[in-house]
Ligand binder design. Structure first.
Ligand code: FES
Ligand code: FES
Length: 165
């Protein structure tokens, strides 16, 4: 039986008809909505390539049933830049060579954005490693990724301070 849901996707309201209630958010994004920035790695919650934000929290889109997300706000990698201006986390990944093949990168960036919203890492590389441990990178770009997250934390803290001034 078909099911209609509405989600706010990267700030825009979207109505979706689901003809199979078992469809995952990952398949909805990639196959139906053609947002292929979110990657499918393991499809079983082990690699983090499919990380997106739902109502501001990090989740594995391959484990989330789209049918359960009626009314939710979903953020994907396609929505994080502000026009031509990259998000500070995106810029930091470029500055620190935080990707090589780039396959894990969208999930890493979404995870880092979620992490920096959830809690500060206080410049501590160990906290970054622990908090990002659900995101695997088979190219070994971890050193750059950790540096990028720390740099993005510094950049976003600076923005907050400027905004508060
Ligand atoms: S594709 Fe979702 S965690 Fe691997
Ligand atoms: S940059 Fe290649 S898997 Fe992460």
């Amino acid at each position: 039986m078909a099911l209609s849901i509405q989600i706010t996707l990267n700030g825009k309201r979207v109505a979706v008809e689901l003809d199979d209630v078992r469809v995952t958010l990952l398949d909805l994004l990639r196959e139906r909505l053609e947002l292929t920035g979110t990657k499918k790695g393991c499809d079983r919650g082990q690699c983090g390539a499919c990380t997106v934000l739902v109502d501001g929290r990090r989740i594995n889109a391959c484990l989330a049933l789209a049918a359960s997300l009626d009314g939710a706000s979903v953020e994907t990698i396609e929505g994080v830049a502000d026009g031509a201006n990259l998000h500070p986390v995106q810029q930091a990944f470029i500055d620190h060579d935080g990707f090589q093949c780039g396959y894990c990168t969208p999930g890493q960036i979404m995870s880092a954005i979620g992490l920096l919203r959830e809690a500060r890492v206080h410049g501590d590389p160990e906290r970054v490693r622990e908090q990002m441990s659900g995101n695997l990178c088979r190219c070994g770009a971890y050193a750059g990724i950790v540096e990028a997250v720390l740099d993005a934390e510094r950049a976003t803290l600076g923005e907050r301070k400027r905004g508060a001034a």
